[in-house]
Design a protein around this ligand. Structure first.
Ligand code: FER
Length: 540
């Protein structure tokens, strides 16, 4: 067994480096220079970068409101305010702000940062205080002695995160004379494994907290993370035993157990899949054929139609994976199973030859709305209609039933259908685990980085791990969309907090198949479905 050791000395040193103890503090103090409570407005704070700020009463550390920061497209986007002439160069001050990220299972590192222009004429960014938190917990970014650089002009204070674009709240920003103790949530140092109570030290109080947690369950987020001292992904009685031994001095470090990894599939993936056309005869009718059914439904955009492919031998008592595949501009729900594309024949042959698990393939249409807004009809009308009628992994069509079966649901599309796929990914990650954008890019923002960031923002909000969403993108190198999709994938690839690039989905979750010389035509694109679809539905 591999052992990863966290030194106990380091753990305690980290906890000692945490915030000073907090003593009660009256709201009015002669030493106070600035105090923004956001109880009746934004107190002249503004959005930094693309972020927006609003005074909100939905959450607060204290009082009646807090400042809500949203629309972030980069980690340095956040909330900012200019520091005026009451702050002098070379003087030290006490700064404090409380922050909270509402996404329940997100761990993030926040910074309170000073931006200023230096005597060198350059902008500088200096961190005043930092703190880690899990979603839902208020923490305090706090430094009782921060010295304004002696050459600083044009000063702005701001709150940002180390990574990601999650929304967050800030409350009770206070600046005061150096050394002033400022009341706040108190947390906000390093999160330390073993320090379940969050008081900055590992002690018998943590053993008591661990015992309670083993009996009653641990709260998600920080508490579970801190209680899981052997780091295997679960907080349980083994961790309680280790923690007791640690506090009694019998052990001086927490031995690390092997992580409890989600089961990996035994599907035989290739890691750098190349384009292969299906054999020519796959376009002819197969010996054993599925059924293509036309369905009418009343959706949020009025009466509409879609086609449902049921595999040969479809049996209502079994559960089927389901793939929603969208047409391109100027086409409709009939296109994909028409004589122009004949995807049903390809599916029949693949299933007959054991290359594809029998699955349901649905071809809806965005013609009652637009490609970019179809995700609304998909969520509210198409999925409930189809999966209320046909047998998928959804136990029921409630939001919970659809969410619980998301790893058995895929969405893809060609051209404008590809555009609709990225929009579904941005807006319906809670419903879909596998995405197949074909010869179409994401229509969000102007640059490839804007597109990548808007998807990353949605992933942040979802709280999903990299093992819970998978993208198989494809196009031809001579496809008119290649120039759009290729830079977008290039921007996504290095975002390793979100993606691991490989077509082996037991190891990673992003792949881009580029078919040499092929152009923007279903006659080619149907073969990308042939190549990619067998790779779906093995990871959960
Ligand atoms: C693209 C996405 C969609 C693209 C074209 C489309 C040229 C759609 C075109 C159409 O329907 O005419 O990236 O690149």
């Amino acid at each position: 067994m591999k052992k990863r050791i966290i030194s106990a000395v380091t753990a305690v040193a980290m906890s000692l480096a945490a915030v000073p103890s907090v003593i009660p503090f009256s709201n009015v103090s002669a030493a106070e220079i600035m105090r923004d409570t956001f109880d009746s407005g934004t107190n002249e704070w503004t959005g930094r970068g693309s972020a927006k700020v609003t005074a909100s009463s939905d959450s607060r550390y204290e009082g009646t409101g807090a400042l809500f920061v949203s629309g972030r497209e980069d980690s340095w986007n956040g909330a900012t305010k200019e520091l005026g002439s009451e702050f002098s160069q070379g003087n030290a001050y006490s700064f404090s702000v409380n922050v909270m990220c509402p996404t329940a299972d997100k761990r993030n590192l926040f910074h309170l940062t000073l931006q200023y222009n230096g005597s060198d004429g350059e902008a500088h960014y200096d961190k005043i205080a930092s703190g880690e938190c899990f979603g839902g917990d208020w923490i305090q970014l706090y430094n009782t002695s921060y010295t304004i650089p002696s050459d600083a002009t044009d000063m702005y204070i701001y709150v940002e995160t180390e990574k990601g674009t999650s929304d967050f709240y800030i409350d009770d920003f206070t600046a005061a004379d150096e050394g002033t103790v400022i009341d706040g949530s108190g947390d906000g140092g390093k999160i330390t494994v073993g320090d379940i109570s969050g008081d900055g030290i590992i002690s018998s109080f943590d053993v008591i907290a661990a015992r309670k947690g083993v009996i009653n369950g641990f709260a998600e987020g920080r508490e579970t993370f801190c209680a899981d001292v052997d780091g295997n992904g679960e907080a349980n009685v083994a961790d309680l035993v280790l923690l007791s031994e640690y506090v009694l001095g019998k052990i001086s470090e927490f031995p690390q157990a092997e992580p409890i990894a989600p089961p990996k599939s035994d599907f035989n993936y290739e890691s750098a899949l190349k384009y292969h056309a299906a054999p020519d005869y796959y376009l002819n009718p197969a010996g054993t054929q599925g059924k293509v059914i036309t369905e009418n439904y009343n959706g949020i955009n009025g009466g509409n139609k879609l086609k449902v492919y049921l595999p040969a031998g479809y049996d209502e008592s079994k559960k089927y994976n389901i793939f929603y595949l969208m047409h391109g501009g100027g086409e409709n729900e009939n296109t994909i199973f028409s004589d122009d594309v004949k995807l049903n024949n390809i599916l029949d042959h693949m299933i007959e030859n054991g290359e594809l698990e029998p699955m349901i393939v649905v071809t809806p249409t965005f013609n009652a709305c637009t490609a970019q807004t179809f995700y609304n009809e998909f969520r509210q009308s198409v999925v409930p209609f189809v999966e209320g009628k046909y047998s998928t992994y959804a136990e029921d069509t409630s939001a919970e039933g659809i969410r619980a079966s998301r790893m058995h649901r895929a969405y893809g599309g060609f051209s404008m259908g590809g555009v609709s796929t990225w929009a579904v990914m941005q807006n319906c990650l809670d419903m879909v685990g596998y995405f197949m954008p074909l010869s179409g890019d994401h229509w969000s923002g102007n640059s490839a980085q804007d597109k990548a960031n808007s998807i990353a923002g949605a992933i942040d909000k979802s709280g999903l791990s990299q093992r819970e969403y998978f993208i198989f993108a494809a196009t031809g190198t001579d496809d008119i969309a290649h120039q759009n999709i290729s830079p977008q994938i290039a921007a996504m690839k290095p975002m390793t907090d979100y993606y691991t690039y490989t077509s082996d989905f037991s190891q990673g979750n992003l792949y881009f198949l580029e078919a040499p010389g092929l152009t923007h035509w279903w006659g080619y694109v149907r073969h990308y479905v042939y190549d990619g679809l067998p790779y779906f539905f093995h990871e959960g």
